[in-house]
Write a protein that binds this ligand. Sequence first.
Ligand SMILES: NC(=O)c1ccc[n+]([C@@H]2O[C@H](COP(=O)([O-])OP(=O)(O)OC[C@H]3O[C@@H](n4cnc5c(N)ncnc54)[C@H](O)[C@@H]3O)[C@@H](O)[C@H]2O)c1
Length: 251
Amino acid sequence: MRRLEDKIALVTGGGAGIGRAICETFAREGAHVVVADIDGDAAKETAEEIVKTNGAASAYTVDITDTDQVKRLMHGIKEAHGRLDVLVNNAGIGARADFRHLSDEEWSKVWSVNLDGTVRCAREAFDLMRSSGKASIVNLSSVMSSKHTRQMAVYSATKGAVSALSRSLAVEYAPYGIRVNTLLPGYVETALIGRYLQNPMVAKALLTQTPLRRFGRPQDIANAALFLASDEAAYITGAALNVDGGMQTTL
Ligand SMILES: NC(=O)c1ccc[n+]([C@@H]2O[C@H](COP(=O)([O-])OP(=O)(O)OC[C@H]3O[C@@H](n4cnc5c(N)ncnc54)[C@H](O)[C@@H]3O)[C@@H](O)[C@H]2O)c1
């Protein structure tokens, strides 16, 4: 028996990086994966790859900063499947700038995707997830929610808020059979931070703080998301799981 057999799973930001690895992993484990991404071509590419390998997937072009688009996505899932078993709030963006130079627009943009996008999806998915009876939300926070480096203020603040929101939602949604957990990845090799990690000085400094001495791979995060999404985690809600090579434990 595969671990997500017959489940309907929505992954935001499923067109690239960690989201794509989560989509592919969930499909291998038997889920029908709804790939949602602001980059519609990337979402389609992920879904097509899954279907090519005998998995089940559909693609939606969705900007999670737009409530109407998120409502339309949920409506589409309702029409096609009638319920939603797993939601991974993965879509996220960064902004690297000295705090004192961050404009209102830059500040708001990151909040609008990282926190408000998560809020919108978790809120608009509620009825569909309640219909599941055994549903799971996995939110992508970050090691940066509690570790800090220069020029990451807005990103860190949004991820701290995602972690706090997840704990509140775990309490609010538990009576409806919806578990809510958080993943805290360390540095993972994706487009989001790829260029930053290519700087040898930066890479050396970060790896010194990482007991397992390597950066994360999207598959490392997908494996943890799979566990939290599956019924193996049936008694886990409100949890925060570090997937960071031990980074959180170092000074
Ligand atoms: N890469 C890391 O080191 C790392 C570490 C900790 C946490 N995270 C978190 O993991 C998640 C995925 O990161 P990644 O590294 O795979 O990023 P990525 O940039 O490789 O991929 C992000 C995906 O989200 C999509 N997206 C962006 N804005 C969107 C929007 N408004 N609506 C819908 N889709 C949107 C992008 O098109 C892209 O496909 C993010 O929440 C990120 O903060 C990443």
